[in-house]
Structures are given as C-alpha cells and as structure tokens.
Design a protein around this ligand. Structure first.
Ligand code: CA
Length: 227
C-alpha cells in the first residue's frame, strides 16, 4: 500500500513515516496543504494520512478540493483539534476516519488496515488467494499453510497484486508502489521481484500482460499450482 502523509510537524512526520516504512508501506511525505493537494491530484495513493493544521492550505480545505475534483482516495485525518464541530467539518468535507493527537502508532496501523479492508470490501485483514494467504498484521505469507519467507519489497508487491486481483497493473504503478518517488530504480528491479515471487509461490500466480504490466487472476479463473 502506498500512503501519502501530509504533516508539517517534522518530529511527528518522521516518526509516522519511519513506522509506516517498517510496516511495509510505501510512504511519500509532504509538509504543506498545497503540496498535499497536488500529490493527491497526481494520484497513485491508496490512503492519505492528513494533518488538519497545515501551512499554505488547511487540511479541511485539502479534502474539500480533492473531493470536488472527484478524487475518492480514503483520507484518515490526524488532528489535535478535538471539538466535535471540527471533527464534523472534517468528516463532512469527505474524510473517512479520524485520529486525535496524540495517538498510539498501533491504532494508526489498525485504522489504515480498516480503510484497506473497506476498499477491498473485505471482512478480514487476512488476504487469501487460492493457496496463498497474506497476513498484513504479522507481515507474513503462507502457501498451502506453509510459511514462505519474502523480502520486504516482495511482500509489498504481492500484497498490491492480490489486493488488485482481476486488474492489470502497469509497470509504472507497481514501481510506484515499491519505490514511490525514490527514483533511480534499476530498470529490471520489478522483473527480479516478480521472478522471485513466482519462484517462492508458484509461477501461474502472476500473469504477464505483455507491453502493459502484470495481473493476478481471480482464484476461480486462475491456474492453481499442481498439487
Ligand atoms: Ca500541523
């Protein structure tokens, strides 16, 4: 999952970013409302984590303008403003959830997982695809009940593909999920991760769409591994 963090407090922003990276999220961090709005409009994020008291453009205004522009990316608001009126203004502007500062980082993770579930229309955190199970809390993967050891980026790539089952994801989308704005990605890095996932899980899991990207087919239409 790729998260946009909009937070002007350096210390808090750094703490959140580092925690999210450890939790196998890709994070882009911007420090004011205008940059936040521009990043939302540029697209490619699964969830926006948004402070309300921001320089240049207030958080509520960021949500309002993003929604007016038709963007539906889930927004989790972080705020020290704790009067009901302010929470109501944020939610009415189009925020999906609210966390009052100071908060426990574990609660932030739980709320991000809840937003992720809502997006997938799923009741459980566990993502199951045929014989493959992905546990985003334990950051672990099993194949037919047996643990499979994945590297951080392999885990992120697998999660993104399985989350998007039935959709074709372009190389660019996948590279953004893995590397964000880091740039300077080795041109074959994605292919290496795909190769490793096919080897560690099973080759038919990820289908190449030539000239476009990759897809994971719905389990009932997919080739399952031979037992
Ligand atoms: Ca602030």
């Amino acid at each position: 999952m790729r998260i946009l963090l909009v937070e002007d407090d350096e210390l808090l922003g750094e703490g959140i970013r580092d925690a999210l990276v450890r939790g196998h999220y890709t994070v882009e961090w911007v420090r004011d409302g205008l940059q936040g709005l521009a990043a939302i409009r540029a697209g490619g994020f699964d969830i926006v984590v948004l402070d309300l008291g921001l320089p240049r453009l207030d958080g509520v205004e960021v949500i309002r303008r993003a929604r007016e522009g038709g963007d539906a990316t889930p927004v989790l608001v972080l705020s020290a403003r704790d009067t009901p009126e302010q929470r109501i203004a944020g939610l009415d502007a189009g925020a999906d959830d609210y966390l009052i500062k100071p908060f426990d980082i574990g609660e932030l993770f739980a709320r991000l997982r809840a937003l992720g579930r809502r997006q997938r229309g799923a009741a459980s955190n566990l993502m199951v695809h045929g014989p493959v199970s992905i546990d985003p809390v334990a950051l672990s993967v099993t194949l037919a009940g047996q643990p499979v050891v994945l590297q951080r980026r392999e885990f992120m790539l697998l999660s993104k593909l399985v989350e998007s089952t039935g959709q074709v994801l372009s190389r660019r989308q996948l590279e953004e999920t893995l590397y964000g704005w880091e740039g300077d990605v080795e041109s074959n890095a994605l292919d290496v991760h795909i190769h490793n996932l096919r080897k560690k899980l099973y080759p038919e899991l990820i289908r190449t769409i030539r000239g476009v990207g990759y897809t994971v087919d719905p389990p009932d239409q997919a080739d399952l591994p031979q037992a």
